[in-house]
Design a protein. Structure first.
Length: 180
């Protein structure tokens, strides 16, 4: 079992979980937020999940309030929003921190395993245009950053927040892992 799979997690409904419960699946781990300009990505993530879950893909959403207070709600409010506004069926987890002193161990492992994101340049520059000085390049840049984990529990790729669920780079990486 990989170190990632051993980290204790909590589903958004309070149920204990871990990535070990998804053993043998390809995972797309995404830090999500309800009040972000990228929030409409829920639509694409849900479509991706629906189209690929029978092949072994799981999309896992981790709400985080690390960026400009864009996920202020409680777990119950987040779950209701995701269900009502985007009909999210993929698993959602309890709100966590994805960077800083209170960074969740899952995100410490993810960022250590893949310190650079694919497609990273343009979004970093866009944030600067809004007067936001992005964090260290190894840290999660913003909401909707994506980590791809293979069936063995190893982080194999990381994608910038503005790489959408239908981006050929992401789809190619997912397809390659599903084929293994």
């Amino acid at each position: 079992m990989s170190k990632l799979q051993e980290i204790p997690l909590t589903r958004i409904d309070g149920t204990p979980d871990s990535l070990a419960n998804h053993r043998g699946k390809v995972l797309l781990i995404v830090n999500v937020a309800s009040k972000c300009g990228l929030t409409p990505q829920y639509t694409g993530l849900e479509a991706l999940y629906e189209s690929k879950r029978d092949q072994g893909l799981e999309v896992l959403g981790f709400p985080a309030n690390n960026f400009k207070g864009q996920e202020p709600g409680s777990d119950e409010e987040i779950q209701s929003f995701c269900s009502t506004e985007y009909n999210v069926q993929f698993p959602l987890y309890s709100k966590i921190s994805v960077l800083g002193d209170d960074q969740h161990p899952l995100y410490a492992e993810l960022t250590a395993a893949q310190p650079q994101a694919i497609g990273e340049g343009p979004f970093r520059e866009r944030l600067k245009g809004f007067g936001i000085q992005p964090a260290d390049p190894k840290e999660v840049l913003w909401n909707f950053e994506k980590f791809l984990v293979n069936r063995q529990g190893e982080v194999v790729a990381r994608f910038s927040p503005d790489v959408t669920a239908d981006d050929p780079r992401l789809l190619e990486a997912i397809e390659a892992e599903l084929a293994r």
